[in-house]
Design a protein around this ligand. Structure first.
Ligand code: COI
Length: 356
């Protein structure tokens, strides 16, 4: 393929020289792993703090079969993105928010965690080392995946004696196969993602394993993903497997409040601020499935999904469509406002972006 043989060159912020981009098909990035050059690794024991990490070539990591993460799920992950601007500079979006969320999750999962400064520095170092994998402007982003895990060996149920913090990256495009077109969700009525007092509010790996079955069944029926309800009343919205949900009615935008069973999304939080600054009335509260079905527009937010419009919801076999399957104008407006900021196309009055 000619396209792959021709090196793409982009401006480099460090000098007037150009950086040769990785040799991949930038026009057809989906949300899959394209392994980059380096990953960051930092370890510490149970009664220590993380001190110094290092970059190494991306590759497999070695774990004891008895590692805490493999046996008892003692693990957390994060997700954030880097975008390349037209001037060659790279922008991170609110990395300190991911650092803080990882620290909250680590507390819940009985793990030591990097400081906010260590986390942000490690993200910067990893992105810069892999700069040739940051897509050209308009072609996607570099997805950054920090992991924190109990890597030490245990047999009886206990916190692992050693912890490993890893960051790897991959260039990505759109999350859903629909691209930017509206997705079709089905409300799950059999299983639940989280329950009060559980771990639904932290980004622990088990929360994502727990939704795979319902997601696979839904996908086999042609849906894009599953929307979960609360486990007690079975009528309040929680979230989709990999993202938060918003419901639009007139000038009011509502989203389920964070009460321990919902992941506190950084895109969720950012969209609440962006929508409020644009004059919408934003409400974080209990949102019923009836309100969902009566909405003018529905959209999902997440680092991976960005702002994804919802074209239809199916609940107990009944399908409701929004805006004749087109992208609703509120979803479109908020998507544009957020991504322009993330890509450095509009002035960042919020102070959310970090330039590398
Ligand atoms: C993200 O949006 O970054 C996530 O962590 C969701 C993941 C399932 C892709």
């Amino acid at each position: 393929n000619d396209c792959n043989l021709t090196p793409v060159r982009v401006a480099s912020p460090a000098s007037n020289a150009t950086v040769e981009l990785a040799d991949i098909d930038w026009d057809n990035l989906g949300f899959g792993l394209n392994p980059a050059d380096y990953m960051f690794i930092m370890k510490c024991s149970q009664d220590e703090n993380f001190s110094k990490g290092k970059l190494q070539r991306f590759g497999n990591i070695e774990l004891s079969p008895s590692a805490g993460v493999l046996n008892y799920g003692q693990g957390l992950f994060e997700g954030l993105k880097a975008y390349r601007k037209h001037d060659g500079k790279i922008l991170l979006f609110r990395p300190e928010e991911n650092a803080l969320r990882l620290r909250t999750g680590a507390e819940r999962m009985c793990m030591p965690s990097p400081t906010v400064e260590q986390f942000v520095e490690a993200v910067k170092v990893t992105v810069l080392a892999n700069r040739r994998w940051v897509p050209p402007p308009g072609k996607g982003s570099l997805y950054i995946r920090p992991l924190l895990m109990g890597s030490g060996a245990v047999l009886g149920l206990a916190p692992a004696p050693e912890y490993t913090f890893v960051i790897y990256v991959s260039p990505v495009g759109n999350y859903f196969k629909e691209g930017l077109a509206p997705i079709n969700l089905v409300v799950e009525t059999e299983t639940h993602r989280a329950t009060p007092g559980g771990t639904g509010g932290v980004k622990t790996i088990g929360n994502y394993a727990a939704v795979l079955k319902a997601q696979s069944i839904a996908k086999a029926k042609g849906y894009s993903d599953v929307l979960y309800l609360d486990s007690i009343h079975k009528r309040y919205l929680e979230e989709v497997s990999s993202c938060n949900v918003f419901v639009v009615k007139g000038n009011v935008i509502s989203t389920p409040a964070i009460k321990g069973t919902i992941l506190p999304g950084i895109t969720r939080k950012s969209i609440i601020d962006v929508a409020s600054s644009q004059g919408f009335q934003v409400e974080e509260r209990l949102v019923t499935v009836d309100e969902l079905l009566a909405a003018d527009e529905v959209f999902c937010t997440g680092t991976a999904v960005v702002v994804s419009p919802v074209g239809s919801i199916t609940y107990l076999g009944k399908r409701v469509s929004y805006g004749s399957d087109g992208v609703g104008h509120v979803s479109q407006q908020l998507y544009s406002a957020l991504t322009s900021l993330q890509m450095g196309l509009t002035e960042d009055k919020m102070g959310w972006t970090v330039e590398l």
